[in-house]
Design a protein around this ligand. Structure first.
Ligand code: NAP
Length: 231
């Protein structure tokens, strides 16, 4: 087998289910290639990944460019979450700096279906302000965005997280549910009913993994305050 600097080396910027699927697929399609998935390290126990895994920030676009050069990366694929904007901007810049072939694979946004009751907003701040007084909200957002909602003392929030938060949540009135999103509308419906949810707040991430709650909301006629994808 050629040494690492002669082998085809694919760096996948990951952290999504699609990136996990892509790593598995590339290993099957290109058995001689070195397939490396990069994770930010936000999740303590990420789902198992095929191929190599590296974890933690690179130190901006320059750091990513250095990693690409030091590891003889021959292809860079951005398969990160559509709202992970900084790493995607860094990837574009690092590809420019190094000249490495570069591909972007982002999920397409969910399209509104008949029966969906979406209140579409541009920003998380608008989402916060669109919640009616007295609502019981499933706040389906990453932990870094939760604090923004702490001014809504008139709302009960249900927050689902994979790992327990390191600091207590700053939300005045909330229930914390630990676990991954349910993979079927039926499972998500049980959660929505159990917590008497009246609204869901989420971003239009696209993809299958987080869609079950949208289907459940449609079936129950619940409003979804949906932050749109900006170009
Ligand atoms: P972000 O704001 O775009 O990134 C912030 C910093 O985290 C980046 O500048 C980079 O640090 C580091 N980073 C992010 N993704 C990385 C990766 N795949 N490998 C190595 N370093 C990475 O991203 P974010 O919104 O915090 O998301 C972080 C990760 O979680 C992403 O990989 C994303 O795919 C995944 N994720 C995000 C969401 C979401 O809602 N945003 C949802 C599900 C999964 P340096 O500048 O030091 O390199």
């Amino acid at each position: 087998m050629p040494d690492d600097h002669e082998r085809e080396t694919v760096l996948i910027l990951g952290g999504t289910r699609e990136a996990t699927d892509l790593a598995r697929q590339l290993l099957t399609d290109r058995p001689d290639a070195r397939i490396i998935t990069s994770l930010a390290g936000r999740t303590k126990e990420p789902a198992p990944l095929a191929g190599e895994v590296r974890t933690g920030g690179f130190g901006g676009a320059q750091g990513l460019a250095r990693y690409i050069q030091d590891n003889g990366v021959t292809q860079l694929i951005d398969a990160t979450h559509p709202f992970a904007r900084q790493i995607s901007a860094n990837a574009v810049e690092a590809a420019g700096l190094t000249g490495v072939p570069f591909e972007i694979r982002k999920r397409t946004p969910w399209a509104k279906q008949p029966g969906d009751n979406w209140i579409e907003v541009e920003t998380l701040e608008e989402a916060r302000d669109a919640i009616p007084e007295g609502a019981r909200v499933l706040l389906a957002l990453g932990s870094q965005h939760i604090g923004l909602f702490s001014t809504r003392e008139d709302v009960h929030f249900v927050v689902r997280m994979i790992d327990p938060p390191e600091e207590p949540l700053s939300l005045p009135d909330h229930t914390l549910v630990l676990g991954r999103p349910g993979d079927s509308a039926a499972v998500e419906t049980m959660l929505l009913i159990a917590h008497s949810i009246t609204h869901i707040v989420c971003r239009n991430s696209g993809g299958k993994a987080a869609y079950a709650k949208i289907e459940a909301a449609r079936q129950m006629g619940l409003p979804v305050i949906m932050v749109k994808r900006t170009p």
